[in-house]
Write a protein that binds this ligand. Sequence first.
Ligand code: ADP
Ligand code: ZN
Length: 741
Amino acid sequence: MHSKFARVIIDRAIRRELDYAIPESLSARVGIGARVRVPFRDRRALATVVALLEETNAKGIREIEAVIGEGPTLSEPLLQLARWIASYYCCPIEAVMRSLLPQVIRRAEVGWKKQQFVETGSIVTSERMEALRRRAPRQAELLEELTKANAALPAAEILRRLSLNVSTLQALVKRGLLKISERAVARDPHAGEQFIPGPELLLNEEQTAAFATIVRAISSAEKAKPILLHGVTGSGKTEIYLQAIRETLTRNRTAIVLVPEISLTPQTVERFKSRFAESQDDVAVLHSHLSEGERHDEWHKVHSGRARIVIGARSAVFAPLKNLGLIVVDEEHETSYKQEEAPRYHARDVAVVRAKIEKAVVLLGSATPSLESYHNTLTKKYELATLTQRVDNCQMPLIRVIDLRQEQRSERAPILSERLRTAISARVAKREQTILFLNRRGFSTSLLCSKCGKARDCPNCSVALTFHRSMSRLNCHLCGHTAAVPKKCPECGQDALIYVGFGTEKVESTVAQIFPNAVVKRMDADSMSRKEAYRETLRAFRAGKIDILVGTQMIAKGLHFPNVTLVGIINADLALHLPDFRAGERTFQLLTQVAGRAGRGETPGEVFVQSYTPFSPSIQFARHHDFAGYVEQELEFRERCDFPPFKHAVLITVHSAHQERGKFSAETLRRKLREALPEEFMVAEAAPAPLEKLSGQYRFHILLRGSAITRLSRLIRETLDKLPMPEDVAVAVDVDPYQLL
Ligand code: ADP
Ligand code: ZN
């Protein structure tokens, strides 16, 4: 018996689910999770079926027009996950649906790539072949090749291989000796790469113990807690992931590996592909650099069950694997797992919930776990597995903190302290490699008038424009606004402009001047705008063709370079003084991660941390590799101030091009929230955001905190629904925010 009606969620946001009748002709194909086309108002819309019904109270019911794709596109567990995201993150379900399915799948506009295949037609007698060989040797060659193959081969490929042209093929087709057919082929982003099967390594003692915990969880997944694998950089976490995947596959279940976009390097993918190389189709890769076609193919490879392992960035948490058994979240502390537009979900937390829905195991790994996850191990919500030693028994690098206040002999801030300079010089002489890290792009961070004191600010944002020497222009890093460099101060007309502050571009040029014999290269979003530039630079660095690599966070993560024996952190204070309760945590993580780059080979590494606040706890604890000490004091601070992980935070941003209207709306909303919310929830006053103006929008913040987050989300939603905002005022709700500026 087929159902009569389907309840659907329309892609366009209307925040309501609608019922449609299922016509007889489509009834076999309309299931939960199917994509359909429906009439909507005076137009058509695409929608997802979320329930099947026998009856409905809806009036003026209309019919589903068509089903898109073959079967259900979304599984029931994924629909359940979508509902959870919508309610937890206070976000319309349509927006969640948009994130759940890549656009190429939602719209079904891109199909499989078609390729022409050729195979033999009728059987050819040996006399006929002999005759052909005499009259048309090229045709004979092609025909023989295909007879030998006894299968359909891609036409273009075989012609290329035999150096023949199309006319030869066409002649044979005309004679009825060959047949041409069109077939769908997968566009493989890793085609042509060879993967040599890598052996499983013998786990060391610590790894064995950690792995045992994981295997225990895998064998009783329905009641397993999430596992946090806290292992110092180079302790062999990835090897454990690989073996946990193997363990999962042998139980006929599938696995997702999430890595931060920035660590999704060919090197990473290769490690997974080669371990499971016996059947390369097993591993699918999902990330933002795929072409539409590639994304289509990889997605279907997963959906059809051909791929059993998915590696990808944030959105791969929605990979349509069936029978999911394991989700690995590598570098679980990474803030790039948080999506900064609606739905503002955190992929690690979504992974934990998806694993629960699908009765799978979730394994979070990091050298510097987030306080949220670590706190969950203290309260026994998560299980903890620890790796304290590097696999190669390398020493942890020596971290030296340099007090920049002592260095300021000249009036200008130094880029390299005397000691860092000496250390680099020693490395250059020994032909060892150095990484210099600064999380700020550009040449000078502002252009100031030394007479009137005015800086060149972005007209759209409340930040100074950065000077980029390579472009000879001023640039806003927030909205992309660019401006010519003025000769005189546009404010007071005097010829007194000076450049202040520095970014990676200036570090690169200064270092190149100081060490004329060294090869210096920069790696940041400016110099790496081409996709290949990134690979090329890494390859050159690995091959030892670069002595000093200067870069932003692009180089801070997960890269292995045995010959790097020195890491310099040019300014450790950059993150520390942001108005963000996670500033200390970020600094600790950054220092620890960057330090993990040094000394992975034979030679022990050295790290120099330059700072004007060398005694701040996050720097000192990082220096002593003291995670436990750091966590203890940081948790105490968070608890005292009612910050996460003790309370959930929700940040509401009200923004408008009109300052007054934005302010008024924010204050009104704040008042309504205070009235609607029980006392247990804290509602801060509406206040201008630290970054008050962004892309021409004035921004106001309301910070809320509380324990019962689902309830808080619901009450916020209800309050917002009852409070119409002026047309030019927009509101964004961010649950568990990471971006507090
Ligand atoms: P992490 O992910 O913790 O940074 P990796 O898994 O990348 O560490 O391991 C670091 C290096 O040690 C890699 O080259 C890896 O192949 C190697 N390795 C890991 N486990 C073992 C082991 N049990 N025996 C030998 N080498 C190992
Ligand atoms: Zn701007």
